[in-house]
Design a protein around this ligand. Structure first.
Ligand code: ADP
Ligand code: MG
Length: 670
């Protein structure tokens, strides 16, 4: 037996949580003792550089990996952070001394120096330790200012705009000579000092600073990832429309991701210039943005430890491995007398090598070195058939049985929706009473899904008004509509495929929870309690579907069967604690047994007090569930009435069965 497997055995037998903390401790220990056992200053310096890229990769991971916002100009924030400290700690700015500066001098932020002329000048002497949070804040502010107008764009458009921003910042740095000293760069940026001792040019203190910074950023990333905030980001990444419909404020959460990601880069920038003691615009160009992106992709999008590893691997490849490899090739060339081989310089071809690494990753390991989402094993026979205690008498928190049963809950008045020349809904008027079940039926293309979209704020109406619970909700963004108590499912299931069943349903509970970014990072008892309660409630909701979902709670929903995905979507809508549940063809793709099972479960929910608006084709389900049926055809209301009346209605039969039915009728008449 090999030594590695002997040593690894106790590790492998640990519980996953203990294994994770053991691995974390081991990594931390190695990071701390490395300079003590390996005294080579150049190597420590390379590691410190690699770690500053790890900090950058962690920030970009929040933007691209978690929130799914492709940012090709991320190095701009690195530059902003670098120049904040660079400008304020070098002697670049030298305004004339005046009494205005007295308080700053008192705080030790500036110093009075004799100038070249008669007047004294101001030297800014910002401390590195103050600059670190300041640069983070300035970069975050720039992230918000830049993101506010652009984050409405998606995908390729966003990538192009960020690319432009990434180009603009170095250009400004090059041309704003009075502040940045232009292309020749800042001179004499002060190294950090601690207790009056300057770091100087020794690599070790820098190394420990960046180790501490990266550790802090890893901590923040992990805390955010496993919180309501991280879930909201991932929901946006997986399906923006569904995230909005489940109550996630898209603009706010995208901006938050942008700001936090930018602040990481700002701090990394400050560290980087303090170590280099200069800053030139060339240090922050497009290739740097791309390199950081490659690190994130290599490590694993959305994987916190993965991107740290990706950054370290690529940087050390560049500073350790490639020079060595070049040397060996030169020696080999000399040995076999090959001239070309003696001239190779692999470090110069780093971008080519990045490209090759990326292509290989895409071919063989698309999820990165450490994938963000671990695959759960398929269920065993026992797990699949385990009996789950079904919660029958649970009251959905937030939904009291309707107090004013029969009073109008959802009132749609004269709603018209047009897509270009096509009128998808024509002056539609509809009322769902409190505690009622209204079924909408109609042939394909009759405007049923459009009706749902216009109610939930996804499609703007051309005219008309929608009131819910007495409140006008016309034109509100979809996350606000959810908060009024309207939750929906989609005809073509819109779940978050890479997230687990638990996380999907937890996103539904997003608007019922409160923890913001700071509280999620601190994870105070109140936050923990909130999270725990939300999880318990999710389990309650899942157990409504018996053993269909409970044993699969940790599986990624992308792996579930079609029927189970429909159930998860309903559970997700229920998690928001709605007053009105809107289901768009909930039994599509289910077999007859499953269909009746679901109809039964929906009936149960209705008995508990939930009002339901359902689009359904299967008439037995409609008859079983609905008190009222509305028939749509070509965007108009054909008729409305009790299920049995509607079933016998001639116009409905015409609309559904079309000309064939009419022909049969004609023959009968003749
Ligand atoms: P149903 O759900 O009743 O089958 P829909 O509401 O999906 O019907 O569609 C109603 C009509 O509106 C169809 O003719 C469809 O092609 C059209 N439609 C729906 N959404 C859009 C859209 N986003 N752009 C253009 N046309 C659309
Ligand atoms: Mg439809």
């Amino acid at each position: 037996m090999s030594i590695a497997s002997t040593l690894g055995r106790p590790f492998a037998s640990m519980a996953p949580a203990r294994r994770r903390s053991a691995a974390t401790c081991a990594v931390a220990l190695i990071a701390i003792i490395f300079p003590l056992i390996h005294g080579d200053d150049a190597d420590i310096d390379s590691l410190a550089n690699a770690l500053s890229y790890a900090a950058l990769a962690l920030g970009l991971n929040i933007v691209v990996g978690m929130a799914g916002l492709l940012d090709l100009g991320y190095a701009a924030f690195f530059a902003i952070g670098a120049y904040v400290y660079g400008v304020l700690s070098s002697f670049q700015l030298q305004p004339d001394w005046s009494s205005f500066w007295e308080p700053f001098a008192f705080l030790g932020l500036v110093a009075r120096m004799p100038g070249q002329g008669a007047v004294d000048v101001v030297h800014t002497t910002l401390s590195f330790w103050l600059a670190l949070p300041l640069a983070g804040a300035v970069a975050a502010g720039c992230g918000i200012v830049f993101g506010a107008p652009t984050l409405r764009l998606r995908g390729d458009y966003l990538a192009i705009v960020t690319l432009g921003f990434g180009e603009i910042v170095p250009i400004v740095a090059r041309n704003w000579t009075s502040v940045t000293n232009g292309a020749s760069g800042l001179n004499g940026v002060a190294p950090p000092s601690i207790f009056g001792t300057s770091f100087g040019v020794d690599a070790t203190p820098y190394y420990y600073v960046i180790v501490a910074l990266v550790a802090a950023l890893i901590f923040v990333s992990l805390r955010l990832r496993d919180s309501r905030i991280g879930r909201a980001w991932m929901a946006i990444r997986e399906d923006e429309i569904a995230a909005g419909a489940m109550g996630v404020n898209l603009v706010r959460y995208k901006l938050l991701a942008f700001a936090i990601g930018a602040s990481f880069a700002g701090m990394a920038g400050t560290f980087y210039v303090s170590k280099l003691q200069t800053a030139t615009p060339e240090m922050f160009g497009f290739p740097v943005s791309v390199m950081i992106l490659v690190m994130v992709v290599l490590g694993g999008m959305g994987s916190v430890w993965g991107v740290v590893l990706g950054a370290m691997v690529l940087q050390l490849l560049q500073s350790w491995f490639l020079p060595d490899l070049t040397d060996w090739l030169h020696q080999l060339g000399a040995l076999i007398g090959n001239d070309a081989m003696q001239k190779i310089d692999l470090v110069q071809s780093i971008e080519l090598i990045f490209g090759i690494v990326l292509v290989l990753m895409m071919l063989y390991r698309r999820d990165g070195l450490i994938p963000a989402h671990r695959k759960e094993a398929a269920l065993t026979f026992e797990q699949q058939h385990a009996v789950v205690e079904r919660v029958t008498a649970f009251a959905l928190p937030g939904i009291a049985p309707p107090t004013a049963r029969g009073k109008p809950l959802l009132e749609i008045k004269d709603i018209t929706v047009r897509f270009g020349g096509l009128v998808a809904l024509n002056s539609m008027t509809l009322t769902v009473p409190e505690g009622g079940v209204l079924a909408v039926i109609g042939p394909n293309g009759s405007g049923k899904s459009t009706l749902f979209n216009v109610i939930t704020g996804l499609t703007p109406p051309a005219s008309g008004s929608i009131r819910f619970g007495g409140k006008d909700i016309t034109g509100l963004p979809s996350h606000q509509i959810l908060q009024t108590g309207l939750a929906r499912t989609f005809q073509n299931i819109r779940l978050f495929p890479n997230l687990s069943v638990m996380d999907n349903v937890l996103v539904g509970a997003h608007s019922r929870m409160q923890s913001g970014a700071v509280r999620s990072i601190l994870r105070l008892p109140a936050t923990k309690r909130e999270e725990l309660m939300a999880r318990e409630r999710v389990m309650e909701i899942l157990s409504l579907f018996g053993n269909r979902l409970v044993p699969r709670v940790n599986q990624a929903v992308g792996n579930l069967s079609y029927a189970n995905r429909r159930r998860v979507e309903i559970a997700r809508a229920l998690a928001s604690g709605p007053r009105l549940l809107m289901l768009d063809e909930p039994t599509a793709g289910m077999n007859p047994a499953e269909t009746m099972e679901l109809a039964e479960q929906l009936k149960q929910l209705h008995t508990l007090g939930l009002s339901i608006l359902v689009i359904e084709h299967k008439l037995d389900v409609v008859t079983r569930l609905a008190d009222t049926v509305v028939v749509l055809d070509h965007g108009e209301k054909l008729t409305e009435g009790l299920p049995d009346e509607v079933r016998r209605n001639e116009a409905v039969l015409d609309a559904y069965l079309g000309r064939a039915h009419a022909a049969v009728k004609d023959i009968a008449v003749a």
